[in-house]
Write a protein that binds this ligand. Structure first.
Ligand code: AHM
Ligand code: MG
Length: 346
């Protein structure tokens, strides 16, 4: 069936209309979201032709055109930094790819009220096998008053995010985001080069039938996670068990599937990663904001992800995120094991 273009709402139109509903909106956040979308389209183009252009090579090598090869994650990082630096709304960027914060030095800071944290290309081990990967972003208001942003602007608890989202480069490319008023998904229409509203007001089913975890780490998991995994596999007609196991190894892709179908994603602390593997500021907080806005839950094993007070930009955490009733079931297993001398999630 042919789509009637008059019924299509682009991301730019949606952002502009949403801004009109916010009293005293200045357009600064809208500009940042639009800049992120532009960077995402450029990254999408390179992701799509990665195999053709030898973009998979080692950074610093040469491609067939004798151009310097940049790995895609380095390329994606540069695109986001460049897009966010040029607008004048962002006072500092923190990226999973950079050890230190990236303060934005502009002569006019009057509108640089925002802080953006990015995981430019998550799941990058999946690039060279043509499996879905993603970019994740998280936006805060600055806490310092003026000048270039500082670390303190970046290490705010997740519940202070003003917007968050991700781009998934999959069988189609989607941008999904929230500004704290629900979650909306936009699919990139390559024929017009625009993200178009395709998944309005996304809600995760309260119950799900999919669990996503790297079960290869099973013996290293805390007792409660082992017990929950056993529960997932145990047949029970009333609750639809056994559940299906699905694990891509790209958090954005696992999250996106679970958001649409219902499910739970877990990356608990292990003996190899005693503080968890995934990054609080770049991966867990933004996805936790999205899941709560979609009606789900995200915990670290002791409490809500969004309530964690971070102490460094690259902090790691365990995470259990997804359908409300599934996460609450894990919480029940945690309660059962409280006080027992077992290896804890945190
Ligand atoms: P990355 O930021 O280096 O790409 O690592 C994060 C990724 C997540 O996307 C994914 O969920 C996880 O690492 C997979 O890790 P593992 O291979 O240990 O299961
Ligand atoms: Mg990552």
């Amino acid at each position: 069936m042919k789509r009637n273009l008059s019924n299509v709402k682009t991301l730019v139109q949606f952002i502009t209309e949403s801004q009109k509903n916010v009293l005293h909106a200045t357009g600064e956040l809208s500009r940042i979201l639009n800049d992120i979308a532009i960077a995402a389209k450029i990254i999408n183009r390179e992701v799509n032709k990665a195999g053709l252009l030898d973009m998979l090579g080692i950074e610093g090598g040469m491609n067939v055109q004798d151009e310097e090869v940049k790995k895609l994650d380095v390329f994606a990082n540069e695109q986001f930094i460049s897009a966010l630096s040029s607008g004048g709304q962002c006072c500092v960027i923190a990226s999973e790819e950079n050890d230190d914060i990236i303060p934005i030095k502009k002569s006019d800071y009057s509108k640089a009220n925002y802080v953006v944290l990015i995981d430019p290309l998550d799941g990058s081990s999946n690039i060279d096998v043509n499996v879905a990967i993603g970019s994740i972003f998280s936006i805060y208001k600055r806490v310092t008053n003026e000048g270039a942003g500082q670390v303190i602007d970046c290490i705010q608890p997740g519940d202070r995010q003003v917007a968050a989202g991700y781009i998934i480069y999959g069988s189609s490319t989607m941008l999904v985001y929230t500004t704290g008023d629900g979650v909306n998904g936009f699919t990139l229409d390559p024929s017009i080069g625009e993200f178009c509203l395709s998944h309005p007001n996304m809600k995760i089913p309260e119950d799900g039938f999919i669990y996503s975890v790297n079960e290869g780490n099973y013996v290293e998991f805390p007792r409660e996670i082992q017990e929950y995994i056993y529960y997932c596999k145990t047949p029970d007609f009333a609750t639809g068990r056994p559940y299906s196991a699905r694990y891509i190894g790209s958090m954005v892709a696992d999250f996106h599937r679970n958001l649409i179908k219902g499910g739970i994603f877990m990356y608990p602390a292990t003996s190899k990663h005693p503080l968890g593997k995934l990054r609080l500021m770049y991966e867990c907080n933004p996805l936790a904001f999205l899941i709560e806005q979609a009606g789900g839950k995200a915990i670290d094993g002791e409490g809500r992800i969004l309530s964690i007070q971070p102490d460094s930009i690259h902090q790691r955490t365990g995470i259990i995120i997804g359908s409300k009733n599934m996460v609450e079931k894990v919480e029940a297993f945690i309660q059962l094991n409280l006080g027992k001398n077992v290896y804890r999630i945190k």
